[in-house]
Design a protein around this ligand. Structure first.
Ligand SMILES: Cc1cc2nc3c(=O)[nH]c(=O)nc-3n(C[C@H](O)[C@H](O)[C@H](O)COP(=O)(O)OP(=O)(O)OC[C@H]3O[C@@H](n4cnc5c(N)ncnc54)[C@H](O)[C@@H]3O)c2cc1C
Length: 393
């Protein structure tokens, strides 16, 4: 099969990229080892937080703004609900400054960015948090909060399915259940070698998530770590003290990235609340990932992240899931050309905070292919920032 572009991996990043390329009339094939949306990578679990002020850094603010517009455009076109604007609360309830995704003093960084970009928000003190959000209890007197009405959550599986369906309608070919094993130079093209049909492509965009390093080798194998994460849906007490609508939240209660939990309001028709924390201490090989969540992990999660922090939740986990972060040394993305293979673009080392931006990243990559440049600036995500210390390029 001969194409202009092959997109390898059809999770958050690949589905968005495939759709945007197909929409522009590019002859494109998308290849995935599973049948997306699926629960084997980094894009499952019903919900992902989206927020317009992105404490991780200024480079992200235009991305999320554009992504939210695209979700709305897609909803308008298909009628499928993708983006629930229930608001987001970022809160520090700790005597010390806290870190999130490698960003020190995350709540303050978020507030600063909101002020700089004119993003609609409220700065809250402990009394304000207590009055508005009784589920966060007890709240320390020193607590500070950031409430953004424009934030909320997106539905990852529906976003992926919708973009893949539209990509097909625009003429993209999809190869699912096909694992790419090598990308070989072949007379000015790339031969995409897999256990399915061989594809010859002028350009390849690799969005293989936690499998990126295994497929691409150096320098990515030196830069990317895969960290197992666990998700929990805990049953709610009745009558529920969660106000309606209730925001998504990021609750930091200690100095490190792991002293934090984040969660979502109960979804319509469900009597449970999804909550998770993060861990960066243990890395795993993608194919050796432990996909089971134990009773012990559920009990630890409840005791560590809910007791004394969030009220109105029972210790019973009605559902659990395992998901992975693919993390770079500085917690920021890599979206760049391969250092020695300019026909290959590498995406999706998104360090646990990529979904909210994915629709805009897909659009920017498609613009780069078609127009030679993108409207949004992706230069902050270049590989060059790691050279020569971590990477030999
Ligand atoms: C628990 C958890 C919570 C998160 N919360 C948030 C949040 O609240 N907000 C937010 O913005 N972000 C969040 N993120 C991050 C976000 O979900 C990820 O950054 C994003 O989903 C990653 O998408 P991806 O396309 O890079 O990877 P994936 O979705 O994993 O896609 C990679 C795809 O590549 C395919 N593939 C891999 N290798 C091959 C191969 N050799 N051949 C063919 N196909 C292949 C896989 O099957 C897979 O479909 C969270 C992540 C996790 C794990």
């Amino acid at each position: 099969m001969n194409v202009d572009v092959a997109v390898v991996g059809l999770g958050a990043m690949g589905a968005a990229t495939l759709y945007q390329l197909a929409k522009r009339g590019v002859k494109v094939v998308g290849i995935d080892r599973f049948s997306p949306p699926h629960d084997q990578g980094s894009s499952h679990g019903d919900t992902r937080i989206t927020r317009q002020a992105v404490g991780e850094g200024d480079a992200y603010a235009p991305l999320v703004r554009r992504a939210q517009q695209i979700w709305r455009e897609l909803e308008g076109e298909t009628g499928v609900p993708l983006f629930e604007q229930c608001g987001v609360l970022v809160m520090t309830s700790s005597a010390t400054a806290t870190s999130h995704h490698g960003t020190a003093d995350f709540t303050e960084r978020t507030l600063e960015q909101a002020r700089r970009y004119g993003i609609d928000h409220e700065a809250l003190d402990a009394a304000g948090i207590r009055a508005r959000f009784p589920q966060f209890a007890p709240v320390l007197d020193s607590a500070t909060g950031y409430y953004e009405p424009g934030g909320g959550y997106v539905r990852p599986e529906q976003c992926i399915a919708t973009q893949l369906q539209l990509a097909r309608q625009h003429g993209a070919q999809l190869l699912t259940g096909v694992t790419v094993t090598a990308l070989e130079d072949d007379q000015g093209q790339t031969r995409v070698v897999s256990d399915g049909p061989t594809v010859y492509a002028k350009r390849v965009i690799v969005c293989a998530g936690m499998w990126n390093a295994g497929l691409l080798g150096a320098p990515f194998d030196q830069l990317l770590r895969v960290c197992r994460q666990t998700l929990y849906w805990f049953e709610l007490e009745q009558p529920s003290i969660f106000p309606s609508p209730s925001p998504t939240f990021i609750l930091a209660h200690g100095p490190t990235d792991e002293d934090l939990c984040y969660g979502f309001p109960p979804l319509p028709g469900e009597n449970s609340m999804k909550i998770a924390t993060e861990q960066y201490g243990l890395s795993t090989a993608p194919d050796a990932l432990n996909r089971q969540v134990t009773e012990e992990e559920c009990a630890e999660m409840f005791a560590g992240q809910l007791v004394g922090k969030i009220a109105g939740v029972k210790p019973k986990a009605v559902k659990t899931a395992v998901c992975t972060y693919t993390v770079t040394p500085d917690f920021h993305f890599i979206i760049d050309q391969h250092p020695t293979r300019p026909a290959i673009t590498v995406v999706s080392a998104c360090s646990g905070h990529g979904f909210k931006h994915s629709a805009a990243i897909g659009e920017a990559l498609a613009q780069q292919v078609v127009d030679g440049h993108s409207e949004l600036d992706l230069s902050a995500f270049s590989l060059a920032r790691f050279a020569p210390r971590e990477a030999t390029v």
